[in-house]
Ligand binder design. Structure first.
Ligand SMILES: [Zn+2]
Length: 725
């Protein structure tokens, strides 16, 4: 396949590039990869659970993943999920994730911190598995030109060459010391959680011809291991990846620079600061690692969301669906010539919370697949150790979930139901990050899989069933689960309802009456959008006079939370004024497609007619326990009356908004909901519904995106009175 737009063969120039390297000289390498929009493999790991997110990055990873992303279709599929066997990892909370991989010929070479795996593409059959006692915090693996495996053994500050059978052929200390003076051959370093401080932290191995090179994080350079003295000074920041494309080596630095060096002169020719490309709002892009050079000056770069302990104090917000956006783990396509960001895809919905590498997944019909840069020959003897990899122990929870132990336990337990609390279901969650907020969105594919699991492994019940159960008029089936949606987004009708219908599940949709009636975005969406797209980087808290300088995402988040807290306890009129004033002073971008954000009354009627339930979520989404009793009564009463008028039927179910502040209900609101004749009112308190629950303050539960977390969480909530896992 000849790439349209590339210069004819031989027309390439050896002159130094002005803007970006010209790939006219390397057509052989670039054949078959002319489209910036080719499918990609994204390699990394999933976090244990949101409760662990304050742990240092990958220490909180519990599953290694490879997903295939289709950028034009904006879809992705999980190809590999991998859990390391016990005998290859430290005993406590081991970091289980894939670090950087290499695609060569028809194979993908990848490592966990303590193992090397070689998969055959495109089916991902495991061909080879190597795990040696000297492996610690591996960062990258690739085939050597001789057909062996080169490994960046970061924990031991060395690079190894091993055979596919695990025989060590060569070892290089990346700092020229005797590795085995500092470390011991008698220690199994796979069992050692970490060997920090590292003296160098080698990250990425590459080859220039038959020379073996490695990037060194702390020295900010790349050095030749086989021709000592040859070095590329990367300088700008600590490097991570180094991908060789023709005459050029593309390095990423962790702070978001792309550094292009000439392989012949070993000089840096170009430095691109990705933080300044298509990032007007100066969001923190995240840890920058993987790079996939696609077409001349087009590169995909992978970023991992920055997580830190400062979000601990916001955990409450997170649970309330109000956690504001940090730049999520994502891949971005850059055009280095026009200095534009052409595309951006959030990969967290597909389970990639920590991202290490990105690869072109498009197969070249002539050669089988696109190599990252080098050909390799490798035998296909399946290693004996593979059986360990395949029989990898599952985490205890998975075993427990699968064993049927839960089912047995449920038979003995008191009857209970779990109510799942969804908000938005979107094909493209990233498009609503600034409005609905990623934490309130489940990707359609994940939602579909979750409903399939509910249909197969649980008994779906409705809020009517739960109301009758609490009145003692109906028993619940074993393993009862109800599905609810807060707020009344249009996507509930567009994406969620067809899936529910297919699986025969009757959902309950709590709509925000005023927003639906006026086709208007809820105030918290308007506010989030105003703070996250603000052109004026200043906001003054009207209640305290505090001036917030929105210089970075942390400041934006703090200001947004501050404003939301004020709104939650304001009357509707005061709140509307605050949002208007904030919007005026922040000068945000226009709110996208506001009239299409919420469902219409026709949508609500369609839901009700097809067997679902429509309930109230108040008129304007205050925290009804924090506003005056008058306001609370008005919110609860008006919304019910309006809904009943539009639907032509009694509205029996209510959901307490929880935009900020605690509590979200109190004795006054209980009294009002009772007087209004509501059969049920649900909260955001986590737990299962049992026979002794108060019908007007029913617990629900948040919904993990990960499949095993999802099942584990429901099982535990059903079984244990404490609820949350
Ligand atoms: Zn809500």
């Amino acid at each position: 396949m000849i790439c349209k737009g590339l210069p004819p063969e031989g027309s390439g120039t050896k002159l130094l590039p002005r803007v970006a390297p010209d790939f006219g000289t390397v057509r052989g390498v670039m054949q078959g990869v002319c489209k910036g929009m080719s499918e990609l493999y994204v390699v990394g790991g999933s976090l244990r659970s949101s409760l662990f997110r304050e742990l240092p990055e990958w220490n909180s990873c519990k599953k290694a993943v490879i997903v295939k992303v289709n950028p034009p279709a904006k879809t992705a599929e999980v190809l590999v999920e991998y859990d390391s066997p016990d005998d290859a990892v430290p005993p406590d909370s081991p970091a289980i994730l894939f670090k950087s991989a290499t695609v060569a010929d028809d194979k993908l070479y990848v490592c966990t911190p303590t193992e090397v795996l070689v998969y055959k593409l495109p089916g991902f059959e495991l061909l080879h598995y190597v795990s040696l006692p000297c492996f610690n915090d591996l960062h990258h693996v690739r085939p050597s030109v001789e057909g062996n495996i080169l490994i960046a053994d970061t924990g031991l500050d060395m690079v190894l060459e091993v055979t596919h059978q695990g025989k060590v052929l060569r070892e290089w200390s990346v700092i020229g010391e005797d590795t085995w003076k500092r470390f011991s051959r008698d220690i199994d370093y796979r069992k050692v959680p970490e060997t920090k401080p590292h003296k160098s932290h080698p990250n990425h191995v590459f080859q220039l011809g038959d020379e073996v090179w490695v990037t060194r994080f702390d020295q900010r350079d790349a050095i030749s291991l086989t021709r000592p003295g040859r070095r590329i000074d990367i300088g700008v920041q600590r490097p991570h990846d180094g991908q060789v494309i023709g005459d050029w080596i593309y390095f990423t630095t962790v702070d978001g620079h792309l550094v292009v060096a000439n392989r012949h002169t070993l000089q840096v020719e170009e430095v691109f600061d990705l933080n300044t490309i298509g990032n007007e709002h100066e969001l923190v892009l995240g840890w920058c690692r993987g790079v996939a050079v696609m077409e001349r000056h087009k590169v995909w770069v992978g970023f991992t969301r920055i997580r830190s302990t400062r979000f601990k104090e916001n955990l409450l917000w997170a649970k309330q669906g109000f956690e504001t956006r940090k730049k999520a783990t994502h891949i971005a396509l850059y055009d280095l010539t026009s200095k534009k960001c052409l595309d951006e895809i959030d990969v967290e919905p597909y389970g990639v919370d920590v991202l290490f590498s990105v690869h072109n997944a498009t197969r070249d019909p002539a050669k089988g697949t696109h190599p990252d840069e080098v050909r390799a020959t490798a035998g296909v003897t399946v290693q004996r150790r593979m059986s360990i990899g395949k029989a990898a122990k599952d985490a205890a929870k998975k075993v427990f979930v699968k064993s049927g132990a839960f089912r047995f336990a449920h038979k003995l337990a008191a009857p209970a139901a779990v109510i799942l609390r969804y908000h938005s279901i979107q094909d493209r969650p990233d498009q609503y990050a600034d409005t609905i907020g990623c934490d309130s969105i489940h990707a359609t594919s994940i939602f579909e899989r979750q409903m399939e699991m509910i249909a197969k492994g649980f008994s779906s019940v409705s809020m009517d069933d739960i109301a009758l159960f609490l009145k003692g008029e109906k028993s619940l089936p074993q393993r009862a689960v109800a599905i609810t949606f807060d707020d009344g987004y249009k996507d509930n009708v567009r994406f969620a309802a067809p899936i529910l219908n297919r699986f025969g599940i009757r959902g309950t949709f709590y709509v925000l009456v005023d927003a639906v009636d006026r086709s208007k975005a809820p105030w918290y969406c308007l506010l989030r959008h105003a703070f996250w797209t603000a052109r004026n980087p200043k906001w003054t808290d009207p209640t305290t006079g505090t001036v917030h300088n929105l210089t970075d995402s942390r400041a934006r988040e703090a200001a947004f939370l501050d404003a939301a807290g004020i709104c939650a306890k304001s009357s509707a009129a005061a709140r509307e004024e605050l949002v208007q004033n904030a919007t005026r002073s922040l000068e945000p971008e226009p709110f996208p497609n506001e009239s299409d954000l919420m469902m219409t009354w026709d949508d609500a009627r369609t839901l009700a007619k097809s067997g679902h339930f429509v309930g109230s979520h108040t008129m304007t989404h205050p925290n009804v326990a924090q506003v005056s009793a008058e306001d609370a009564r008005r919110e609860l009463t008006d919304s019910k009356l309006k809904l009943e008028k539009e639907l032509g039927e009694a509205v029996k179910h209510f959901s307490y908004p929880h935009p900020a502040l605690n509590p979200q209900w109190n004795e006054t609101t209980l009294k009002i909901t009772d007087e209004l004749g509501y059969a049920t009112a649900v909260t955001t308190t986590v737990g299962a519904v049992r026979a002794d629950a108060r019908a007007l303050a029913i617990p629900r539960t948040y919904i993990p995106r990960d499949e095993s977390d999802f099942l584990w969480h429901i099982e535990r909530t059903l079984l244990f009175r404490t609820g949350a896992a």
